[in-house]
Ligand binder design. Sequence first.
Ligand code: ADP
Length: 625
Amino acid sequence: MPAAFHQEDEFRARLDAGLWWKIFRRALHLKRYLVPLLISAVGIAVCDATYVQITRWVIDGVARDGADAPFTLYIAASFGLTLAFAVAVWVLIETAGNIAHRLAHDIRRDCFDRLLSMELAFFDTRPAGWLIARLTADCNRLANVLAWGSLDFTWGLSYLVLVAISLLLMNWRLGLLVLAVVPLLALISVYFQRKMLLSAREVRRVNSQITAAFNESIQGVRTTKSLVREQANLAEFQHLSTGMFSAAVLNARQNALYFPLVTTLGTLGAGLALWRGGYLVENAELSLGTLVAFINFAIQFFHPINQLALKLAELQSAQAAGERVLGLLAAEPAIKDTPVVLAAVAHASDSAAQSKFEIRKSKISPLAPDGLPGAIDRIEFRAVSFRYATGPTVLRDFHLRVQRGDTVALVGASGGGKSTLVSLLCRFYEPSSGQILVNGRDYRERPLTWYQSQFGVVLQTPHLFQGTIRDNIRYGRLDATDAEVEAAARLVNADEFIRRLDHGYDTPVGEGGNRLSTGQRQLVSFARALLANPQVFVMDEATSSIDTETERLIQRGLETMFAGRIAFVIAHRLSTIRRASRILVIDHGRIAEAGTHDELLRQRGHYYQLYTGQFHHEREAAVLA
Ligand code: ADP
C-alpha cells in the first residue's frame, strides 16, 4: 500500500501544439456535429451583437419620432431575435453535449484498448487507482473541455470580432479608447493562467494518488484489519489529503483574485465610454442610442474576454489530464509482434482462403496464423537471464529443454524464480538476454496473441470475474456449450461442489470470486483453463488451497489434462508432483537439482531434504491431530 501512496506521476506525454492538434483531430472526426456547433456559436454571437444594435435603433427612433415610432416593428424585431437566439442556444447545447460524450467515449475506448495491450511490467509500476483515474476522470475532463471549450472559443472570438468592428464603425476614436484596455487584460490573464495551471496540476496529481490509495486500502482491507494498521493507513492518507487541501486552497485563492480583476477592467472600459461618449452626446456628435450601444458593448465586450480567459484556464488545467491521457495513448507495449511477424501473419492470411480459416481455428489447426506449424512440440530456455525493471537479476544463464508430453515440476524456496520462469515462458515478460525457443525457433517469431492463447495458466489466487460460475468457466472458451462447461468441471472434480450450491452453475461468484473459498476458486479456474484446450499448462501453486483429499481426486483429472501436452507445475506440497516426468529444484535463479522423484530422493540433496522435512511435518501434524 505505501508504494501506491508515493507513486509519482511520471508517465506523461509533453503536451505541445502538435499533441493538442492530435487531440483536436479526434474532434474533427465528429464533423456531423461540429458544423451545427460552429454555426450556432457564431449565430449566438450575431444575435448578441444585433440585440445591442436594436437597442440603439429603438432609443434613437423614440428620441426622434416620439409616440409615432414603429413600436410594433421594434417588438417584432426583438421577438424574432429572441426566437433565433433560443434556437441557436438549443442547437449549441445539444451538439456540444453530444460531442463531449462521443469524444469521451472514443478516448476512453482507445485508452482501454491501449491498456489491455500493455505488458505486465507496465502494470507492475502503476497502481490500479492511477490507471482508473486515467480512464474515468481524465478522459471525461479532456472531452468536456474540448467540446465546451471549442464552443466558447467560437462564440467568444466571433463576438469579439463583431463587437470590435461595430465599435470602430460607430465611432472609431471612442472605439479605440474602449479597446485600449485589452492589452492590460491579456497580460493579467497570461500571468494568472500560468499560476492557476500549476496549482490545478498539483491538485490532480495528488487526487490521482488519493484514488490509488483508496483502491489499495479497500482491496487490502482484510490485511489492514488483521494487522490492526488502520491508524497507520489513516496517517498516510491524512498526509496526502492535506497536500491536496493546500493545493486546492491555493488554486481557489488564485481564482478568487483573478476573476474580480478581469471584471473590474471591463467596468473600466465602460466608464471610459461613458466619460468620453457623454461629452460627445452633449456636443451632439453622437446619438444617445449610439452611446447606450457603446456602453453595452463595452460591458459585454469584456464578457467574451472573461469567458475566453476562463476557458483558456480550464484548457490549461485540462492540459495535465490531456498529457496523461495522451501519455497513455502514446505508450508502446514493450512486448509486441515484430514487423516481420506481422508481415508473415498478413501474408499467410492473404495467400489462401484456407489460411483465413486457419486463423479462426488456430487452436486446433496444424498451422499458426503465420503459416508456421501450430503444434508446440519443444520449448527450450537457452542461456536466459532476466531481471525486473526494479530489483536484482532473478534468472542467470538458465538452460532448460522440455518436450511434448513432459510434466515439469518446479520446486524450491520462495523467491527462487519459479513464477518468473513461467511468466517468461508465457511471454508476459521477455528475457533480458538469451532466448526462449519453440520448436527450435525464437518464440518472438510467433504471433504474440496466438502464442499466449496456447497456454492454460492457473494461479494460486485465480481471479474470477463478476458473473456466475458458468460465465467464469466459459471465459476459457467463449463459444463452449453448457455441456462442455460442465464436462470440464467434472474432469477437475469441481462439478460436485458446484451442484451443491444454491443455484448450481448459475451461482454468482461475487466480486473477484469472493463468495467462493480459495480452493473452490482454484477448481473453477482449473475448469476454465481446461476448457480453453491449451497446448501448455502452467500451474503456479494451483492446488495449494485444495484439501489433500480433493487434490487426490483431481490428480487423475490433471493427468488426463496433461497427457500429450507440456505442463509446468509449481508446487510447495511435494506430494502433488511425485509423478512429474522431471522435477527441477530452483534456487536463486538456477537449477540446483533435476530428475524424477525417485532419482532425486536417491541423490539425498536439496529435494530429499525438502521432501523428508515436509513428510515429517505432515506425519507430526497427523499424530498431533
Ligand atoms: P518464486 O516463484 O520462486 O517464489 P518469483 O519468481 O516470484 O519466485 O520471484 C523471484 C524474485 O523476483 C523475487 O526476489 C521477487 O521479489 C522478484 N519479483 C517477482 N515479481 C516481481 C515484479 N513484478 N517486480 C519486481 N520484482 C519481482
